[in-house]
Design a protein. Structure first.
Length: 174
């Protein structure tokens, strides 16, 4: 697949292997993990314009600042990270005769998002987006944080295996 653009907020992957997540702070567009030594790592959804009426929303590292009013939710059991995978997806526009009911689409187009290799090959404007990260824990446990595939600025967060599967199916794990 030839991409018209690749959108990623990272120069190198986030390395959390060997770290333990004890609690989570989650908002609509922002998620933070409190780690075993009280370090905080935050992720936020950002908007990137890739064409007229075409925006994508990668998940980026974010530092909220020392006075940010976190409301921590303790995990039922600490999550020790063994490894991680990046979640990539393709996004593209397709012509649509009537899209007045779709929020965030431009006139005459509908935006789509799916796993890599899904977009129609004849589409000349396919964007590869680094949308999130899947953390793999002990005994195969999984923790996913990514930008939503269908709602601008929203983060998706899941630990339940079914919810993780519902998120990951729109992405390619690398």
């Amino acid at each position: 697949m030839i991409y018209s653009r690749i959108v990623s907020c990272y120069d190198s992957p986030v390395t959390l292997a060997g770290r333990t997540i004890n609690s989570v702070h989650a908002e609509y567009s922002f998620v933070a993990f409190r780690l075993d030594n009280d370090d905080i790592i935050g992720f936020a959804v950002e908007e990137v314009s890739v064409g007229r009426w075409f925006e994508v929303f990668p998940l980026c590292l974010h530092e909220p600042g020392g006075s940010y009013p976190f409301i921590w939710a303790e995990l039922s059991a600490p999550f020790t990270v063994v490894s991680s995978e990046l979640l990539w997806r393709e996004e593209w526009l397709e012509p649509a005769s009537d899209n007045a009911g779709f929020l965030g689409t431009g006139p005459g187009f509908t935006q789509h998002a799916a796993a890599l290799g899904t977009a129609p090959a004849e589409n000349g404007n396919i964007v590869k987006v680094l949308a999130g990260i899947k953390l793999i824990g002990l005994e195969g446990a999984q923790f996913v944080v990514c930008s939503s595939h269908n709602t601008p600025f929203k983060t998706d967060l899941a630990m339940d295996i079914v919810e993780v599967g519902n998120i990951v199916r729109f992405h390619t794990c690398v």
